[in-house]
Design a protein. Structure first.
Length: 264
């Protein structure tokens, strides 16, 4: 399981319990349903009808179908063009440390590595020092947890797009980008899948600073992803591998019933 630092108070994990996960999924799916604008057919009778449908993964199939439609509508192109709102830095505070899956014992910045791989190429190993020299970005944005809380945070780091472009990573020889990235912690206990449009978004950072200080351990030091077009679950802490691929990657919370895109 996770490896919490014993000197810190225990952090309640996201619902590992299947029932809670299912309840949350229900809530999310219902919201997706409304977004899908098919709610007009609702009312009590409509809801009864939905509840009585056969289920796919615990979700009645009509909702599942709308969920899929939402994923198609909002999953890709939508994420690239729009900037998340920025806030005055004075509003920033420490977010609730949430989720310790994949917290490694050794997070020494001097020895930390980020390995980036893609098909038909040898993986490349970077040290944090390789982030130096890329333009630094500081932004004050809202971290939104899918559990319902959010917090304005000032993040500092390097744009993932800048890093990848400068290093010549993520593109095929012809120049087009691989459609997906799989990101994980050193032990692969936490892993997320990201679509390329979201990865290249200007507010998607390889982040090493929080609220003007080095990123604290419980928040993912020495390196995490900050991705404003996604819910907190995609903002992977203790980031150590990035793999480009053609297939949609496995995703820790998607496997537990959340929307794979979890877009905002
Ligand atoms: N490696 C890892 N990254 C993770 C998690 C986790 O459990 N393990 N939890 C996620 C969730 S659900 C949220 S809301 C954010 C919370 O970030 P914070 O702990 O810095 O507030 O981290 C995300 N990144
Ligand atoms: Mo979260």
């Amino acid at each position: 399981m996770s490896t919490p630092n014993p000197s810190l108070p225990p952090v309640p994990p996201e619902p590992a319990d299947k029932d809670i996960a299912r309840q949350q999924m229900w809530r999310m799916t219902r919201r997706g349903f409304v977004r899908g604008a098919v709610a007009a057919s609702g009312g009590g009778l409509g809801w009864w009808w939905l509840q009585s449908r056969s289920t796919d993964n615990g979700i009645p199939w009509p909702l599942r179908a709308i969920h899929r439609l939402n994923e198609r509508l909002w999953g890709g192109a939508y994420s690239q063009g729009r900037l998340a709102p920025e806030f005055p830095p004075a509003m920033a505070a420490e977010p609730k440390p949430n989720g310790v899956y994949g917290w490694p014992d050794d997070t020494d910045p001097a020895t930390w590595t980020l390995t980036v791989s893609q098909p038909e190429a040898v993986g490349r190993v970077f040290r944090l020092a390789h982030l130096v020299g890329h333009p630094r970005v500081e932004m004050t944005t809202e971290l939104k947890c899918i559990e319902g809380w959010s917090q304005v945070v000032t993040w500092g780091g390097v744009r993932l797009a800048d890093f990848l472009t400068a290093q010549g990573l993520g593109q095929r020889p012809g120049g087009d980008w691989y459609p997906y990235l799989s990101l994980s912690t050193p032990d692969s206990k936490y892993y997320v899948g990201i679509d390329i449009a979201s990865a290249l978004h200007p507010q998607t950072l390889l982040c090493d600073r929080m609220n003007g200080e080095p990123l604290p351990g419980k928040h993912g030091a020495p390196l995490r992803l900050v991705i404003t077009v996604k819910y907190g679950i995609k903002n992977i802490k203790w980031l150590s591998t990035i793999r480009f691929q053609d297939e949609r990657p496995a995703d820790y919370w998607a496997e537990r019933g959340y929307d794979w895109y979890s877009g905002l």
